[in-house]
Design a protein around this ligand. Structure first.
Ligand SMILES: [Zn+2]
Length: 246
């Protein structure tokens, strides 16, 4: 379907890019991206994907908004304290673009629901804040054969990598479930750090949908905000990976 006059204006700065243009914008409007976690990483990722014109965005999070979230989770505001995070996020995203289709999952991602939901999308953003969910999401994406963006943040440090299941280094190739550290003590996070990493995740989703550029696969991007050392560390598939080697 050709773009409306309104869409032409809204996406004007995309349309003048040779790599996007009208055909690319139409691809974005048809695309479906799932964001698991509507917190620090999910906030910028969802905001930019909605602004980019991703036609369908799935948002999954079982949590409610707490005052302590507002230091970094920019989708939420003081008036949304106590609300489901996905509802609070939906309000903000609809304010940005009323035409966007939002599928809301006010649930925790579990082994029972992950694969079925993941299978309905073109790209998945892991914006969760715990190791258990990351192993679960990478497993669900592997079995559903859906590309995903992994990310992790802690204190002043962040990392992210894009995975094409079965073809590139996966989360399980690099990290082992048996080595999950104790997470009972919440760690601090510099406010703008998830903004940096979540924006990279949104960019990777957009590049994948448009098939432009070089994906952040087989590469772990690490960011140290104290020194502003941002590095791309080459990583290889583990031939003994418990998930993708079999
Ligand atoms: Zn693997």
């Amino acid at each position: 379907m050709p773009l409306s006059a309104n869409q032409r204006q809204r996406y004007a700065r995309h349309l003048v890019l040779d790599e996007i243009g009208e055909a690319g914008q139409e691809k974005l409007l048809k695309a479906k991206v799932l964001i698991i976690g509507a917190g620090g990483l999910g906030s910028p990722a969802a905001f930019y994907l909605a602004a980019a014109g991703i036609g369908t965005i799935g948002l999954m999070d079982g949590d409610t908004v707490d005052l302590s979230n507002l230091q970094r989770q920019i989708l939420h505001t003081t008036t949304s304290i106590g609300e489901q995070k996905v509802s609070s996020a939906a309000q903000r995203l609809h304010d940005l673009d009323p035409d966007i289709t939002l599928n809301l999952y006010p649930l925790w991602c579990t082994a029972n629901n992950a694969e079925e939901i993941v299978a309905q999308y073109d790209f998945v953003i892991d914006a969760t804040d715990n190791f258990g969910s990351k192993f679960l999401i990478s497993r669900a994406c592997h079995y559903a054969v859906k590309p995903y963006s992994h990310a992790g943040i802690r204190e002043f440090y962040g990392q992210t990598m894009t995975v094409h299941p079965g073809a590139t280094t996966c989360y399980h190739c690099l990290f082992h479930e048996s080595g999950i550290p104790d997470e009972t003590i919440p760690k601090g996070t510099l406010c703008a750090l998830p903004g940096i990493i979540g924006s990279i995740q949104a960019t990777e989703a957009i590049k994948h949908i448009l098939t432009i550029g070089v994906p952040l696969t087989n590469t772990l991007l690490t960011c140290d905000t104290l020194t502003m050392n941002i590095r791309k560390v080459p990583v290889r598939r583990n031939p003994h990976c418990l998930l993708c080697s079999a």
